[in-house]
Design a protein around this ligand. Sequence first.
Ligand SMILES: Cc1cc2nc3c(=O)[nH]c(=O)nc-3n(C[C@H](O)[C@H](O)[C@H](O)COP(=O)(O)OP(=O)(O)OC[C@H]3O[C@@H](n4cnc5c(N)ncnc54)[C@H](O)[C@@H]3O)c2cc1C
Length: 398
Amino acid sequence: MITKRYTTDVVIIGAGIAGLWLHNRLNKMGIHALLLENKAIGNAQTLSSQGIIHGGAKYALNGILSKATQAIGDMPARWQACLKGDGDIDLSQAKVFAQHQLMWSKQQLSSKIVSFFASKALSSRMQTVDNTARPPLFQHAGFKGALYQLDEPVLDIASVIQCLVEPWQDRIIQFASDTDIQWQQDNGAVQSLQIGDDIQIDAQQFVLTAGEGNEALLKSLNIKKPAMQRRPLQMVMCKAKDKAQALPAIYAHSLGSGSKPIATITSHFDKDGNVVWYIGGNIAEQGVGKNFEKITSEATNLLKDIMPWFELPELSWATHSINRAEPKQSALTRPDTAFVETKNNVHIAWPTKLALAPDLADKVIEKLQTHITPGSHEPITDLPTINISEPLWDRAFK
Ligand SMILES: Cc1cc2nc3c(=O)[nH]c(=O)nc-3n(C[C@H](O)[C@H](O)[C@H](O)COP(=O)(O)OP(=O)(O)OC[C@H]3O[C@@H](n4cnc5c(N)ncnc54)[C@H](O)[C@@H]3O)c2cc1C
């Protein structure tokens, strides 16, 4: 029996970066939006991400400025404005781990690549780093390669989530993951949704930002297209067994001869303050399905290979398997931009990159604006406390 009936202008389902960002933008604009989450906030891809606000440099390593590179190129400046408190969203309390993601190769680069990096198109996004400005790891005499810094900050995503949740937490509804969602439709348009037996929400527009969960939601709405693809990863983590020998905090892509970084390392801090290296790139893409011993022994060899001058301390290891959820592409490629498609009054969205959350919100808002007449809605007073996911560094090593 329905005991709680709420009204709103927009319902957003899924509180990862996409839903949280959009929820903030809409409420700030005076469009009432309720955000629904069926697990802990940020638990899925968002708190599994490396927190790099890509500007596209990594997609240009093959010497071509692709559509992906151009679409994502504006994102670091959008986020930087938010970090200063001058952007669409106030992220002035978020923690910046590094102002620049680095990129190194252990050998000198070919003159062709060096001139491409110095070309007009790329020189505004990446610069060589002087010996004196290098982080300690790359000041070692044994490092003989090239080091670039990219105009791409790396953020503590847990702190970003905190900034996004706080202003509008009285408009976030959490419920158990096994609760059914049912839709009431009229002529194909959704009028309201029912959560479990007791909550009904009436709204004008509905946005699905549930990441991998969009697939089941689309099925429940009988929407066949857009379809979703999953691109799995097995990420690897390590930290020094002895905190006194903590790994240095680095944020860097390691470049080989191919068009993708061999490895991308970001550094995070567990609750005891120990540095955790979180390793993505080829090892995570090719590591899917490998057992713990195999992938961690490959990761050890990889680290020895890409930084031969650095003596690794004794390490503890963990792995994390996670799917990237995106609109279906041919040959499981990565979509270039944030994706939004509309079916009646339902908008299906995948940012495809954390960095593209501002782009996704722009696209959804553009679609919504012509269809919304902001109404007045009763505040919700009986919400349970918001539950934000525990950071990966504190759950993975258990
Ligand atoms: C290992 C890894 C590293 C990455 N690193 C980067 C990076 O450094 N930079 C970058 O730009 N991008 C990165 N990405 C990509 C980025 O993390 C994702 O594109 C982005 O986080 C997706 O956000 P989202 O909000 O769409 O989805 P998610 O973060 O997956 O959030 C979806 C939310 O919806 C909820 N949900 C699901 N079903 C329902 C339902 N039925 N009802 C209510 N709620 C529901 C889930 O519980 C979840 O909280 C990385 C991805 C991975 C996997």
